[in-house]
Design a protein around this ligand. Structure first.
Ligand code: FES
Length: 106
């Protein structure tokens, strides 16, 4: 199991904001939504665009390249042209710091 990685102090996140951290060979985008923190791989499953460059609408992110929608909470692809889900990651708050963990090898 991998270690938890510091992202940023909780107070730095207003609702609807995000931070991107690099973990090994990928980038993870950590979002603060209205009901908590969620993390996704920052890469569209359609043609590998950077999702955090897209528009946030509620708990969905719109890919800036071709407009596919993804659930930030579940990673599900919600509209074409993307059909494959994106990976989500566990997030926690420890001592006021938002942390994320690469759970791909759990
Ligand atoms: S790259 Fe994201 S929808 Fe095509």
């Amino acid at each position: 199991m991998s270690d938890w990685l510091d992202v940023a102090p909780e107070q730095d996140f207003v609702p609807g904001s995000f931070e991107v951290v690099e973990v090994d060979d990928m980038e993870i985008a950590v979002f603060r939504l209205s009901d908590g923190f969620y993390a996704i791989e920052d890469l569209c499953s359609h043609a590998e665009s950077t999702l955090s460059d897209g528009k946030l609408k509620g708990d969905e992110i719109l890919c800036p390249m071709h407009g596919a929608r993804f659930s930030i909470k579940t990673g599900a692809a919600l509209s074409p042209p993307a059909y494959e889900a994106i990976t989500t990651f566990p997030v926690r708050i420890k001592n006021g710091v938002v942390q994320v963990r690469d759970s791909r090898e759990d």
